[in-house]
Write a protein that binds this ligand. Sequence first.
Ligand SMILES: O=C(O)C[C@H]1C=CC(=O)O1
Length: 88
Amino acid sequence: MDVDIPRDLDPEVRQELVAREKAYCRELQESGEWVHIWRCVGQYANISVFDVADNEALHALLWRLPLFPYLRIEVTPLARHPSDLAAA
Ligand SMILES: O=C(O)C[C@H]1C=CC(=O)O1
């Protein structure tokens, strides 16, 4: 996810959006759907791993992100690798 919040957005609106995003992110981590979130070094971007039932569930989750209008999201579906010891 690349974050691109317009520079001229009202600072209070920005602060409120980021706070709501953080709360939603925390909620989804606690429910186990947002498994990992990593900051991309030197960028206002993250790499996240989600564990959801299907594409529709992921779409709904992403659509509800408070920052959604300001995100560029690239989705890469992942499957277990047969050589992953954790999968055995
Ligand atoms: O900071 C970001 O990468 C954007 C966004 C994703 C989760 C969160 O709390 O903020």
